[in-house]
Design a protein around this ligand. Structure first.
Ligand code: FNR
Length: 373
């Protein structure tokens, strides 16, 4: 289909669903248990209302911002998501190409379907990438990969350590539809496709997690990481104000945290990022000035992005939206996804009376419906 005829992210997901394999769809769509967290991630944004200010000159609208000291065109980035080539041969490289004109950042999954070298090839100067780490039981594998990423410091600017899924969640869609033994296009450099074909099946998620360490701790893992990279660390999967506060104690090695429940794919009924952000604002607001706080999960509209920014998030990630964009139209589908989101963010900022990202504040929203305790 003509990508320009697709007007929002739901329409893109609908087209992708028809085009990608059942196996791919069930892996992307799936989430833990009853999909409570996955669905709530999106619903919670609908319960936050905007408070537009009027009589503000909105001729200009600047969506650029600074992340970890790097200038980016949008406060929107692509979350690390495994296996993009399941959806389309353009894979993670197609995502990189599709977002390049927007100056958006991309985090590459430990379980990507292409190597980091392949993914960043042909990217624009100044286009920024992060590399997501699942520490392997065989530490040497992770150490070798970190060394490889260290060498690509013109492209890769940080390491994103994911903490919310020491084991995979129970994803029934994925278990039911992913045929055992089918070969997965995983070749991130850490994982090979043979390794992802363990007997015993389970879903794609279960297969990919094989060999991932479940013994990471605050005390042991960050010093180990410091020995193998001097890149800033971004901790992904923080879900409480207690852990956000702890993470901030590890600045400056830790420069950012990502409030995330893994798109609802890990622990079902874990809180959406917005709840954690509200907790932080209430119990330890100093975290927001010590380190950057990014969020992901459930983003469907530009208004969702702007609401998170109003609450103090520095950046907002999309996982499935990028994958479904790729599934709908390869590189061009990703480009269309970001075109829609960028336009929606701009319209929202203008109608809200905000000229630039730093104008957005808690005064622009009413979050009473989602506040508790
Ligand atoms: C993910 N996510 C993820 N996270 C991570 O740290 N490493 C990974 O390899 C993956 N893989 C992955 C695969 C697929 C198919 C999905 C949908 C998600 C989680 C991802 O980074 C992000 O937290 C969520 O996708 C955000 O939620 P939305 O935008 O998908 O609703």
């Amino acid at each position: 289909p003509n990508m320009q005829s697709l007007l929002n992210l739901d329409e893109i997901e609908e087209v992708a669903t028809k085009q990608i394999s059942k196996k791919c769809w069930s892996y992307y769509y799936s989430a833990g248990d009853d999909l409570i967290s996955k669905n709530f991630n999106s619903q919670v944004y609908k319960q936050i209302l905007l408070r537009p200010r009027v009589f503000v000159d909105c001729t200009r609208c600047d969506t650029s911002t600074t992340l970890l000291g790097h200038r980016v065109g949008l406060p929107l980035y692509v979350s690390p998501a495994a296996m993009a080539r399941l959806a389309h041969p353009d894979g993670e490289h197609g995502i990189a190409q599709g977002i390049s004109q927007f100056g958006a950042m991309q985090i590459i999954s430990n379980n990507a379907s292409m190597t980091p070298e392949q993914i960043v090839e042909g990217s624009l100067p100044g286009q920024i990438f992060g590399w997501q780490l699942y520490v392997q039981n065989d530490r040497k594998k992770s150490e070798d990969m970190l060394q490889r990423i260290n060498k690509m410091s013109d492209k890769f600017k940080f390491i994103c350590l994911t903490l919310d899924a020491p084991v995979p969640g129970k994803r029934e869609h994925d278990e039911r539809f992913s045929a055992v033994g089918a070969s997965l296009p995983v070749s991130s450099g850490v994982k090979t496709s043979e390794e992802s074909q363990r007997p015993g099946g389970g879903g794609v998620g279960q297969q990919l997690f094989w060999g991932t360490a479940a013994d990471l701790t605050w005390k042991n893992t960050l010093p180990w990481l410091a020995k193998h990279t001097s890149m800033p660390i971004v901790l992904k999967g923080i879900q409480t104000h207690e852990d956000a506060y702890l993470a901030a104690q590890y600045a400056p090695q830790v420069k950012a945290i990502i409030l995330s429940n893994h798109g609802g794919r890990a622990l079902d009924t874990a809180p959406p990022a917005v709840h954690t952000l509200l907790e932080i604002r209430k119990y330890c607001p100093e975290v927001l000035s010590r380190i950057e706080v990014w969020v992901d999960g459930g983003i469907k509209r530009g208004t969702d992005v702007v609401k998170a920014l109003c609450l103090g998030a520095k950046a907002v990630g999309v996982g499935r939206a990028a994958l479904f964009g790729l599934g709908a139209g390869g590189t061009e589908g990703v480009q269309r996804t970001f075109e829609i989101l960028e336009a929606e963010i701009k319209t929202c900022m203008r109608l809200l009376g905000a000229e630039k990202v730093s104008d957005l504040s808690p005064n622009h929203i009413n979050s009473r419906m989602v506040e508790r305790d």
